[in-house]
Design a protein around this ligand. Sequence first.
Ligand code: GLC
Ligand code: MG
Length: 423
Amino acid sequence: MERLTSPPRLMIVSDLDDTMVEHRNDNENHSLLRFNSLWEDAYRHDSLLVFSTGRAKKMYKKLRKERPLLTPDVIVTSVGTEISYGESMVPDENWVEIMNNKWNRGIVEEETSKFPELTLQAETEQMPHKLSFHVDKSKVQEVTKELYERLEKRGLEIKIIFSGGIALDVIPKGGGKGQALAYLLNKLKTEGKLPLNTLVCGDSGNDTELFTIPDVYGVLVSNAQEELLEWYAENGKHNSNIIHASERCASGIIEAIGQFKLGPNLSPRDVSDFLECKADNVNPGHEVVEFFLFYERWRRGEVENCEAYTESLKASCDPAGVFVHPSGAEKLLRDTIDELGKYHGDKKDKKFRVWTDQVLATETTPGTWIVKLAKWEQTGNERKCCTTTVKFTSKENEGFVWENVQQTWSEESEVKDDSNWII
Ligand code: GLC
Ligand code: MG
């Protein structure tokens, strides 16, 4: 959050499973990729992305390997009982203290074990401030009431959350996705960085609290679960700041951005011809997002194999501009574009996807920009990631000129293959 010096324009706080990430109908990750390019293109530089998930950190990392997830600024894991910051996920120790209040894991374990209705979830789901079970829907009310009473008698203050028609979590009373968000908002406020707008996004019971935080916009994705829809029917319907989207998952989030007029809502992935929409480009990050999208479409054979495209790209490169490959080898940028020309359609039907993450532009001297990003490439199940640095210059009314592109293999890259010689 330090990278921002003024209040973020938008803070999105989104659940992952079945909200940001579609698990049912979208094995090409179409809606997630739409969201990703919109975020990197229009929001990354002045906004905050927060993921708030029921998953523990380990399971979140697993999901990151399976799906093209962006890197959030803040990650709230284990149903709002852990908060961590930045790419390296530095835990908020202060939040840990808050979670310890009137909490004793041993006692919760002891009391819950007396309920035959509760089946413990896998070991990977059990965390210091979260015990998770499966329970039959018909037993939830009864078990919840009784458990609250027993734990209260033993001096604890806890919260029980029912999600997805099956999962029951026991966490400290001060925890949960809503409390974690309230804490973050308060922290940002103290730093003078209260977001201009906040949008919360969810699909199931453990997301309910997010919608109860004052002054936030909210979207229930179209595929929301019964328990959240029930809450909405009773409490949310008359609040015009909360909508039930007509689109599923990440597409529902984009829909809400548009509906609440929170900023641009046209994903670059929804634009078919980039050559036509050059005019209002004032951000070199946009240039990079579009280029890699074009690169994906070119190799998937989804854009026409015509020279006008490659010529237009070459025209935006400095004639002496250089591309430095992760292997350390160098080539002129214009030659690299010529090389790319030969790869039209080579990834057709190969489940090839390219996405950009953490696209951040800095104007180092007037008219000179450095854009840094992580560029991901996936073919089938094989993934590569390059840390990419692009230098641009810009003259008034003339657009951006690519001066230099440098790539190195990212730590996160599963494959570090130096043989492939394109960008
Ligand atoms: C996630 C967690 C699980 C929890 C559920 C509902 O799926 O992995 O432990 O019970 O969210 O909060
Ligand atoms: Mg969910």
